[in-house]
Design a protein. Structure first.
Length: 126
């Protein structure tokens, strides 16, 4: 079954849930779990389809199959290294970034959840 990239249901769900948590934070109706770790769990479900769409567009990805475990693991590793190791070392952010090992755990949990969701959705035939 062909992966739908930016029209994928898992992507749309994760993006919508992220938008809701962002909107709640905008209006001051937030809690720590939703504003911190829920967004990190949703991150992989939003980033991977965009990343794969771009890779397919530039002909780096040569198939339209659902995301593989390797592609999801690479996204989790890159995201973790970028936001929890590299970027917190710089002082030019308006709000200092603090590395948080629970964020890495949330990225990994999100990666596992979307991997299962994609496997289930595409096995069923979307």
């Amino acid at each position: 079954m062909r992966f739908l990239y930016l029209r994928d249901r898992v992507f749309i769900f994760c993006l919508s849930a992220y938008a809701v948590t962002f909107g709640l934070r905008w209006f001051g109706l937030q809690n720590v779990l939703a504003s911190s770790y829920l967004n990190d769990v949703l991150c992989v479900g939003v980033v991977v389809p965009i990343m794969l769409f771009a890779a397919r567009w530039v002909k780096f990805r040569r198939h339209d199959m659902p995301p593989t475990a390797e592609e999801i693991i690479v996204a989790v590793l890159v995201w973790s290294l970028m936001y929890e190791v590299a970027l917190p070392r710089f002082d030019f952010w308006a709000t200092p970034m603090t590395p948080d090992p629970f964020d890495v755990t949330a990225y990994a949990v999100g990666g596992a959840l979307v991997s299962l969701a994609w496997r289930w959705a595409y096995a069923k035939g979307v």
